[in-house]
Design a protein around this ligand. Structure first.
Ligand SMILES: Cc1cc2nc3c(=O)[nH]c(=O)nc-3n(C[C@H](O)[C@H](O)[C@H](O)COP(=O)(O)OP(=O)(O)OC[C@H]3O[C@@H](n4cnc5c(N)ncnc54)[C@H](O)[C@@H]3O)c2cc1C
Length: 289
């Protein structure tokens, strides 16, 4: 079955019990069991789930749609989209890094070891690595770093060098540094507190990487101003790039069209569904927010 045919089955992903009819189906609904759910700082938690082996077949940049428990006894309407932070195939575990902010993620924050958690996925189109790329630059901010983190796994598998620029408000909320470094990536941290996260400084860092031939492709998530910077530098130096977009979602499988965003392709503005056509898109087509 071709990948394209497989993708067709994503629409039926939430139908339970059809695994026999569609053995090569790429997505499904799974019950994960919580291994741990710990705070990594004051705002973010790290959830580790033991899952069915089919849920482990996820690409960097894909996401799961999570049925979050209630934090207050009232119903939590709709699933919440969440990028896969890390896949541990040996241990049969999926990991998520998330910001505890609204009712869904606060409910998630209450999950304890041994609890069951309903997840649907893997969904969407993830990052792609061109075999010709030897070195890539990854630029993320805030929770965008959770989405970019699995690129480090993918790049390590393909023996691609990674420089990651981690942008954060302050040192307490710098995330994924350890994960990137443990997989061989070089990291540069830029902060609002010392103004090193200013666009002009980040631009200088990337220009130096380009001059050093360490930038065959760009990857970004989590900041409109950083997306614009990478688009400008990409255009100027002819460097391709990919961006992972975030958008409020309802169905997560392309049926409801709630997550439409504007893209510009060859000068023509067009609408695309972030859940199904993305969430990873060609960087130059994305219109910032
Ligand atoms: C593809 C994708 C991957 C994501 N990956 C991560 C991740 O790895 N870690 C993480 O912390 N966050 C991630 N987000 C954002 C995350 O989905 C929202 O923060 C979360 O849905 C907020 O839910 P809530 O109940 O806490 O907030 P609420 O404000 O109560 O949510 C209300 C509604 O808004 C939606 N919503 C709110 N903020 C966002 C947002 N930024 N993007 C999409 N929907 C939103 C929720 O789904 C819900 O329907 C991702 C979003 C997308 C689209």
């Amino acid at each position: 079955m071709s990948l394209e045919q497989c993708e067709k089955y994503t629409d039926s992903a939430l139908r339970v019990g059809d695994a026999d009819r569609y053995p090569q189906r790429v997505a499904g609904e799974f019950i994960g069991v919580v291994v741990s759910n710990d705070w990594v700082n004051k705002e973010y938690k790290h959830l580790v789930l033991k899952v069915h082996e089919r849920a482990l077949g996820t690409y960097a940049g894909q996401f799961f749609h999570l049925l979050c428990p209630t934090p207050d006894g009232a119903e939590v309407w709709m699933r919440r989209p969440m990028s896969v932070y890390r896949v541990d195939k040996k241990a049969g575990q999926l990991e998520f890094l998330y910001k505890c902010e609204g009712r869904g993620t606060r409910g998630m924050g209450m999950l304890a070891k041994g609890d069951e958690f309903n997840i649907a996925g893997p969904l969407g189109k993830g990052f792609k690595l061109d075999p010709a790329w030897k070195n890539i630059v990854v630029l993320g901010r805030g929770v965008g770093l959770a989405t970019l983190a699995p690129l480090s796994q993918l790049a390590a598998e393909k023996k691609v060098g990674v420089t990651t620029i981690l942008s954060a408000r302050n040192p307490d909320v710098v995330m994924s540094k350890d994960l990137f470094e443990s997989l061989g990536a070089k990291t540069v941290t830029v902060l609002d507190t010392d103004k090193s996260s200013d666009v002009a400084n980040v631009s200088k860092i990337i220009e130096a990487l380009i001059a050093d031939k360490k930038a065959d492709a760009f990857f970004t998530c989590g900041s409109s101003r950083l997306l614009k910077l990478m688009q400008q530098l990409g255009k100027k130096h002819g460097i391709p790039g990919q961006v992972a977009m975030e958008q409020i979602m309802v169905c997560g499988v392309g049926a409801c069209y709630v997550c439409m965003r504007t893209f510009e392709i060859d000068g023509v503005k067009t609408l695309k569904r972030v859940c199904r056509d993305g969430p990873v898109f060609d960087m130059q087509t994305a219109v910032g927010w």
